[in-house]
Write a protein that binds this ligand. Structure first.
Ligand SMILES: *Cc1c(COP(=O)(O)O)cnc(C)c1O
Length: 462
């Protein structure tokens, strides 16, 4: 299995190389050259298997010979052992034909744990074998950072630096990043918004001297292995509702387009998915682009669903690559236009996007209202991101096809918004009690590439 850059420049890499490098050197993202297929019989055979067994069968063809079957099985087992629900990704019913896929039973209470716990184990296995050391730098709107720190803290051969936008993450998110005591993790509070953090991260990857000097690796969803891990729960949930004999639809709270892109890959592998619905908050660039073909960032407006406060959505490049007929030159061109304000997707590419996705946008008021009414009607307490998606799913779903809405975080990660909407203060699960009593350790840093690179160089390997 070979991975190629969305901007078209060789060389192709194998799974392990693509995982360790993150961003391609031409600035593109890695995608598989071919998508492995699962026949209806293969999908039907997933029924009744454990999450870990499904994970092995779905991901195995993408791994190539990077790991043996036994190694990969072991990696998967260790990745999900810390989850607090035997099903890992349980499905609960909200209404006739509407189901909620709870993806918040991992150690940091957001779906990011599914991928981050797996790549923590993949990195460790790979670095142990090679004896190499890497420096991981990540940008976060809150949940990626806490999941990465949880997955990589205390591991040998890795230093982890996380850039988060100062003052724009919830207190639970911040404390998850700043309270671990392991010395190989570093939480950096940067001035600016998430897009600024992600832009500095990309600058570090494009500074080859720095990149090679510190052996930079990335764990944002620009990393293909992140996307791959998320493909699994599309299969487990669809199969439990009758796939491949029955189609299902999915609505996904979307920011950086990683999670919904995993659903798109599941469909390309053969999973019969009817609608893939992109749900956005008031930062609705993806909804505008899918509706009109115009991709023009106009500044992030902070919302009560902060993990979706994004205007430059990295993984969208992966789907644009397909929409432009896998023409890396065309993708490079639109990404160049993005630097000077935005771009208009071609007619053909827009048609492709509209065949693959539907989309919607939810206001702040509608989000709060949905948290409140869903609690009244179902007893389910939603986090604001999940509520954005539930609202859009309720508007869009048909009676003939079951709708699965992804619940991406636990409500207790966003207690202020949930309490304001319902009057109920969501409780942290017992394993996280004590979070508010621990000392915090973080470094303030300006939105300045030189300063960030100097800090990273000064701290690694200590
Ligand atoms: C990261 C995140 C999202 C957005 O997921 P993307 O893959 O970036 O589109 C939505 N909800 C929560 C709670 C998140 O942490």
């Amino acid at each position: 299995m070979q991975y190629i850059s969305t901007r078209g420049t060789p060389p192709a890499l194998n799974f392990e190389q693509a995982m360790l490098s993150g961003l391609a050197r031409d600035g593109g993202l890695y995608v598989p050259q071919d998508i492995p297929q699962m026949a209806p019989g293969d999908i039907a055979a997933l029924a009744g298997l454990s999450y870990e067994e499904v994970a092995f069968r779905v991901m195995r063809p993408f791994i190539g010979d990077a790991f043996t079957d036994a190694e990969f099985q072991d990696i998967i087992t260790r990745a999900y052992a810390g989850f607090k629900h035997d099903a890992r990704a349980p499905l609960v019913q909200l209404a006739e034909g509407h189901f909620l896929l709870e993806l918040f039973h991992g150690p940091t209470l957001a779906f990011k744990d599914f991928a981050m716990q797996l790549i923590g184990q993949l990195f460790q296995a790979s670095l142990k074998r090679s004896g190499e050391r890497v420096t991981i730098v990540g940008a976060t709107s809150g949940d990626t950072g806490s999941a990465a720190i949880e997955a990589f803290k205390g591991l040998d051969n890795v230093d982890v630096f996380i850039l988060f936008p100062r003052g724009r993450v919830s207190e639970v998110q911040r404390r998850q990043m700043t309270t671990p005591t392991e010395t190989n993790v570093h939480a950096l509070a940067m001035t600016g918004d998430f897009d600024d953090c992600q832009a500095r991260l990309k600058d570090m990857f494009n500074d080859f001297e720095f990149r090679d000097g510190v052996r930079l690796a990335g764990v944002n969803s620009i990393n293909w292995a992140r996307v791959l891990a998320q493909v699994v729960y599309y299969f487990t949930s669809a199969v439990s509702l009758g796939a491949p004999h029955r189609k299902v639809s999915f609505t996904v709270p979307t920011g950086n387009f990683g999670d919904i892109f995993a659903g798109y890959i599941a469909r390309k592998m053969g999973l019969p998915i009817d609608q893939l619905v992109v749900a956005t908050n008031q930062n609705d660039i993806l909804h505008r682009c899918i509706s009109s073909g115009e991709y023009r960032p106009d500044g992030v407006v902070p919302s009560i669903s902060p993990s979706m406060d994004i205007q430059v959505s990295s993984n969208f490049e992966r789907v644009l690559f397909d929409a432009y007929g896998r023409d890396g030159t065309a993708v490079s061109q639109v990404m160049e236009e993005l630097k000077s304000g935005g771009f208009t997707v071609s007619q053909g590419a827009l048609q492709y996007l509209q065949e693959q996705f539907t989309s919607g946008r939810v206001s702040e008021g509608e989000t709060s209202e949905t948290i409140k009414t869903m609690l009244e009607r179902t007893g389910e307490l939603l986090c604001p991101h999940s509520a954005v998606a539930v609202k859009i799913a309720n508007d869009m779903r048909s009676t003939s096809t079951p709708m699965i809405t992804l619940a991406t975080a636990h409500p207790a990660k966003f207690p202020a918004a949930v309490e304001a909407a319902t009057g109920v203060h969501p409780q942290l699960p017992p394993h996280m009690a004590g979070l508010f009593g621990r000392d915090e350790r973080l470094t303030d840093i300006e939105n300045d590439l030189g300063a960030i690179e100097a800090l990273v160089k000064g701290r690694i390997g200590k």
